[in-house]
Design a protein around this ligand. Structure first.
Ligand code: RIB
Ligand code: CA
Length: 317
């Protein structure tokens, strides 16, 4: 198996904030292979916090990652918690026979962990791939983090929604948190749905995972089968689950696989039918606000899949 940019000599330090979540699990695999995962923090999202924390610990264990998992917000900043059982199942990662977690989270204070870690070590990337509640709470409690972190790479938003016509799930769950992130002022990379839907776990690609040796690959292949199954059952024109969350990691580790543009993006927090929407200011005017983020617009999906496949192969033995 060609190793695609296998572990760089100086892997970027990241804290991965997630709500596993089938695609979060795959993001953990890519991050473990290509970044220095300082820590993993969990948040309520695809499933309740207890489940997303359990799933994050299981994935950390399966990969033999030497990093802590800290659990965080069990609900959004002000809204009621919402979950995605119709996509990820009741456990948040239905479809495979997963081992029990090796133990509890290192703490239930993900926000304190993020603040303490980013104050102790400058240059960490925050990679939120679920509702951004933990990140928003950390930025609000410790505004100095904005000047200490390397940046924030998110999965979320887009020119269309999935939870509503306007809003993507992560931002729909907690628009207020997303608003804090999009206003924080530092480097921000956005992998939205118009990007991630270009990167689908098609049957042919999942067959490549099934064909890998070892014990991890079959487990992840089963997760992909379930994830793609729920997507295909609900969509007219999707052949495989969009592999959303690894995009936010590969945006940092494999930037050459993406096209991007600068844009000013605002988050709708008051709309009765548009809450959580990412509004792009593309007006042809000289006095529009300065861009606040890099919006990823395209992906070399075949090459990105080989990056994911190689990472799975690396840990499947
Ligand atoms: O809308 C897709 C996003 O919501 C992904 O991060 C998925 O894991 C869910 O969290
Ligand atoms: Ca997620």
């Amino acid at each position: 198996m060609a190793s695609y940019n296998a572990m760089s000599p100086n892997p970027l330090p990241i804290i991965l904030d997630c709500d596993p979540g089938h695609d979060d699990a795959m993001a953990i695999v890519v991050a473990a292979r290509h970044t220095n995962v300082i820590g993993i923090t969990s948040v309520s999202g695809n499933a309740p916090l207890e489940s997303t924390t359990r799933n994050a610990i299981i994935m950390r264990d399966l990969l033999g990652l030497d990093c802590p998992v800290h659990s965080g917000a069990e609900r959004p900043l002000i809204r009621e918690p919402r979950h995605a059982v119709n996509v990820h199942g009741k456990s948040g990662m239905d479809g495979a026979n997963l081992p029990a977690p090796s133990g509890p989270p290192a703490s239930t204070d993900a926000v304190g962990y993020i603040i303490e870690t980013c104050r102790a070590q400058e240059g960490i990337w925050l990679v939120p791939i679920g509702p951004m509640t933990n990140i928003a709470l950390a930025l609000r409690s410790a505004p100095d983090l904005a000047g200490r972190i390397a940046g924030i790479s998110i999965m979320g938003g887009g020119r269309f929604g999935n939870s509503t016509a306007a809003a993507e799930f992560n931002l729909w769950c907690d628009p207020e948190a997303a608003d804090v992130v999009f206003r924080y002022g530092g480097p921000l990379i956005m992998s939205g749905l118009d990007l991630t839907h270009q990167f689908q776990a098609t049957p042919e690609r999942i067959a490549m995972v099934h064909a890998l040796p070892g014990t991890l690959a079959p487990i992840l292949a089963e997760l992909f089968e379930f994830f793609s199954g729920t997507y295909r059952s609900r969509h007219h024109n999707i052949v495989g689950a969009p592999v959303h969350d690894p995009c936010a990691v590969m945006a940092l580790t494999h930037p050459h696989l993406f096209t991007r543009r600068r844009a000013h993006v605002q988050i709708e927090t008051h709309g009765t039918i548009t809450a959580g929407m990412t509004l792009f200011d593309d007006r042809d005017l000289k006095d529009i606000p300065e861009p606040n983020c890099d919006v990823l617009t395209g992906i070399d999906a075949d090459a990105a899949w080989l990056v994911l496949l190689e990472a799975i192969a690396h840990f499947s033995h």
